[in-house]
Design a protein around this ligand. Structure first.
Ligand SMILES: C[S@@+](CC[C@H](N)C(=O)[O-])C[C@H]1O[C@@H](n2cnc3c(N)ncnc32)[C@H](O)[C@@H]1O
Length: 303
């Protein structure tokens, strides 16, 4: 393990800035980062463990293709799409914002458990991760304050979480620092129409050009951004609507419950501008000092 600060603090969940989900101090004594953490944990620690969602190890929209059978397969597809950004699936990998460990468990198809680390701000979710992805290391830590030594990881994955960070810029600085030279970051992310609640205003990016600039400014190279709004968000929305319809038709759920779920999905639809898949790379040692990095932007793949 490549921690640069006292590991035991994280295990106890008493890191400054971190707020374990079940011991939330009163709002009056929270810093803005702690308040954000508390809000995010309240949301996910409830939703991820409720009803039908409780049985899923993933918590993302997935990537829906014509032949995608179900939600689990859509989530595996999404992880595969992101892993395709990594030129080599070997060495060490950090799963940032690992949820309940669905993405981390998928990594075990390619990586040795001893080389896989997951971090999250919720101890409740981390407990579940330790069951879902045995042998991997899971630590309570924020994406914007990584406590690893410089150049600790060959790869970083971050699925559908960066829109919560305060801010993406801070996360990208930290990701660049903890990646080894030539290491890769692959993530899926959501550009939102409006910041609100668990999506901090300081993290708002108005359009894809400015979104791309974030990565350039952070010092990454080989920036590839794919617009996957249709495959991810629209795919998820359509199957969720269809499923609600079918379950009402079969008398499996109450129509009033289905109406509330539909209304919620429609509210989410109003907030989503784009769903993107991103792959970027840290310069290798050979490239250091060789001037500004070049973006390689295959038109067919990128926006
Ligand atoms: C939509 S879920 C995605 C979970 C997981 N990556 C997956 O795809 O199944 C968003 C996750 O981001 C985590 N999260 C939010 N802000 C975070 C931060 N600053 N640092 C680490 N994790 C964070 C939440 O706790 C939640 O688990």
């Amino acid at each position: 393990m490549h921690l640069r600060t006292n590991e035991s603090r994280q295990r106890r969940g008493t890191r400054p800035g971190s707020t374990a989900s079940h011991r939330t101090p009163s709002p009056a004594c929270l810093s803005s980062d702690q308040a954000l953490t508390a809000r995010i944990n309240r949301w996910y620690d409830t939703k991820m463990f409720l009803g039908g969602r409780a049985k899923h190890t993933f918590a993302n929209f997935g990537y829906w293709e014509k032949d995608t059978r179900d939600y689990g397969q859509a989530c595996e597809n999404l992880t595969e799409r992101l892993l395709a950004f990594l030129p080599e699936k070997r060495g060490t990998i950090l799963d940032v914002a690992c949820g309940k460990g669905g993405t981390t468990a998928h990594l075990l198809n390619y990586f040795h458990p001893g080389n896989v680390t997951g971090i999250n701000i919720s101890e409740k979710q981390l407990e579940r991760c330790r069951i879902n992805a045995p042998g991997c290391t899971f630590l309570l830590m924020s994406a914007t304050e990584l406590e690893f030594n410089d150049e600790s990881f060959d790869n970083i994955l971050c699925v559908e979480a960066a829109f919560h960070f305060n801010t993406r810029e801070k996360f990208l600085r930290e990701a660049l620092r903890v990646l080894k030279p030539g290491g890769c970051l692959a993530l899926s992310d959501i550009l939102l129409k409006h910041p609100r609640g668990t999506r901090p205003a300081a993290n708002q990016v108005p359009n894809i050009m400015e979104y791309r600039d974030l990565y350039k400014r952070s010092g990454f190279q080989h920036i590839q951004i794919t617009d996957a709004t249709v495959e991810c968000w629209v795919g998820f929305y359509r199957q969720a609507m269809r499923r609600l319809h079918n379950r009402v038709a079969r008398g499996r759920i109450d129509p009033a419950f289905a109406r509330r779920r539909r209304a919620r999905l429609m509210r989410v639809r109003e907030t989503i501008e784009r769903y993107v898949l991103v792959g970027v790379q840290k310069r290798s040692i050979a490239q250091r000092g060789s001037g500004p990095s070049q973006d390689i932007l295959p038109a067919s793949q990128t926006t």
